[in-house]
Design a protein around this ligand. Structure first.
Ligand SMILES: Cc1cc2nc3c(=O)[nH]c(=O)nc-3n(C[C@H](O)[C@H](O)[C@H](O)COP(=O)(O)OP(=O)(O)OC[C@H]3O[C@@H](n4cnc5c(N)ncnc54)[C@H](O)[C@@H]3O)c2cc1C
Length: 400
């Protein structure tokens, strides 16, 4: 957004509580690599120039990339400046920070979609003696007690963390709810490449049937490794990770799992195959069929037909529970009434409802399927930057 505002000669400042790329510096586990290939992190006026376009950035490389972008575009970033409250005044907004106040006519909320781990209320019933942590607190297996680990959640975070912890020698059980299976490589090309060229990532929020539902779907089970391997439930089961159903409750130290595991996996296979059908249709229509490997389907997810419906958390077998159950934004500092009952900002494609001059970025399916990816920021910023410029022109005319 800073690049877009500079291009339009709109005077602005970027307030950041940490340093540039703070979330990648402080909120991710050590071994994480982007699940989007290097070529895919395209920012306005800046792309990948190295010799490994199909590789996946480590955290240090991701930080370096964003840091360099900030410098190349001379983004006017005020680092170590935490926004503590935002309110309205007659001409726009008053933004209070621990370094003083700012007044602005327009405001872009780009504070991230993943500030807080979303942990279910039942977490409070985990018996004492078991360590619990969220994926945001997890850094590496060395931080965990020796012994069994129960990981709740099977999207990209849960599967990656389960894999790493299993390799550390700790027995891992995964509680599996809704998830979306995805092959890393399909017909010889990265799945992200297919989603890019086939236009899946460009699907717009105002053109799909149920955007609210689309905004809640979990991340694809993808991981970025040099081997470009697929990390689905079959891969995890094959190395010895145990699958159980969605965690439904904890009573008297007994974890209760839903009996829906098989159904969840069937749904997930179905969703994956729907995506692969879209890709195949695109490949045929665009004459790509001859240039790539033939279409194929993965064998179905294999899980026990009757997995255990309970687990005794007091037996000493499980030493750690990790909540890989998603993330949510933090708006505790926002004193403008723009939140819905779920605490999310009401907006139309990033234009905040009932608060003229306020914009939102970086949310799941904000304007496009790719909106919450690094690669999605550019197009959204161009659209919203243009709306913001028109708003400033309009409000200037009103004042005149
Ligand atoms: C585990 C995980 C893996 C991911 N992997 C990928 C991937 O492989 N590829 C990909 O494209 N995307 C990935 N994402 C999504 C990724 O987070 C986004 O693509 C990208 O970070 C969004 O950038 P952003 O600037 O909108 O939000 P953020 O990166 O969250 O940045 C928000 C910034 O706002 C600052 N901030 C927040 N509150 C305040 C405040 N009150 N005052 C001042 N500053 C504040 C934060 O410090 C932070 O620096 C992943 C996300 C997670 C959680």
């Amino acid at each position: 957004m800073s690049w877009c505002l500079t291009e339009r000669a709109i005077d602005h400042v970027v307030l950041e509580r940490g340093e540039v790329a703070n979330s990648w510096r402080t909120e991710r586990w050590d071994s994480l690599r982007l699940l989007t290939p290097n070529w895919q992190s395209r920012l306005p006026g800046f792309g990948y120039e190295g010799d490994d376009p199909d590789g996946y950035r480590s955290m240090p490389k991701t930080i370096e990339f964003l840091d360099r972008y900030g410098r190349v575009i001379s983004a006017p970033v005020e680092v170590h400046t935490t926004v503590t409250s935002v309110g309205r005044n007659d001409t726009g907004y008053v933004v209070s920070t621990d370094q003083g106040d700012w007044r602005c006519r327009a405001l872009v909320l780009a504070s991230g979609a993943c500030n807080i781990a979303r942990v279910p209320a039942l977490a409070e019933a985990v018996p004492p003696g078991i360590d619990t942590l969220s994926a945001m607190d997890y850094r590496n297996p060395d931080q965990l007690a020796h012994g069994g680990v129960l990981i709740v959640g099977a999207a990209a975070t849960g599967t990656q963390v389960a894999h790493e912890i299993h390799l550390s020698g700790r027995p891992v059980t995964m509680s599996v709810g809704q998830h979306i299976r995805a092959p890393r490589v399909y017909r010889g090309r990265d799945l992200e490449w297919w989603m890019d060229v086939a236009g899946v990532h460009d699907e717009r929020y105002d053109e799909i049937e149920d955007v609210n539902r689309a905004r809640r779907v979990p991340s694809l089970q993808l991981t970025g490794t040099p081997e470009r391997s697929t990390l689905d439930l079959n891969a995890l089961t094959a190395i010895g990770v145990k699958m159980v159903g969605r965690m439904a409750g904890i009573r008297d130290g007994q974890a209760q799992f839903s009996g829906s595991l098989l159904n969840m996996c069937k749904m997930s296979d179905l969703k994956m195959n729907r995506l692969l059908n879209t890709i195949d249709e695109w490949a045929e229509a665009s004459g790509m069929d001859g240039e790539v490997d033939p279409a194929h389907r993965l064998p179905p997810t294999e899980v026990e037909a009757s997995p255990p419906l309970g687990m005794d958390l007091t037996s000493g077998e499980i030493k750690t529970v990790i909540w890989a159950t998603g993330y949510r934004p933090d708006y505790s500092w926002l004193d403008v009434p723009v939140l819905d009952r779920k605490g999310l900002i009401r907006h139309d494609g990033g234009v905040v409802d009932a608060s003229p001059g306020m914009y939102l970025m970086g949310m799941q399916f904000l304007r496009r399927r790719k909106s919450a990816l690094i690669d999605g920021a550019g197009d959204d910023a161009r659209d919203l930057g243009s709306h913001l410029a028109a708003y400033l022109d309009g409000s200037a005319e009103d004042r005149d």
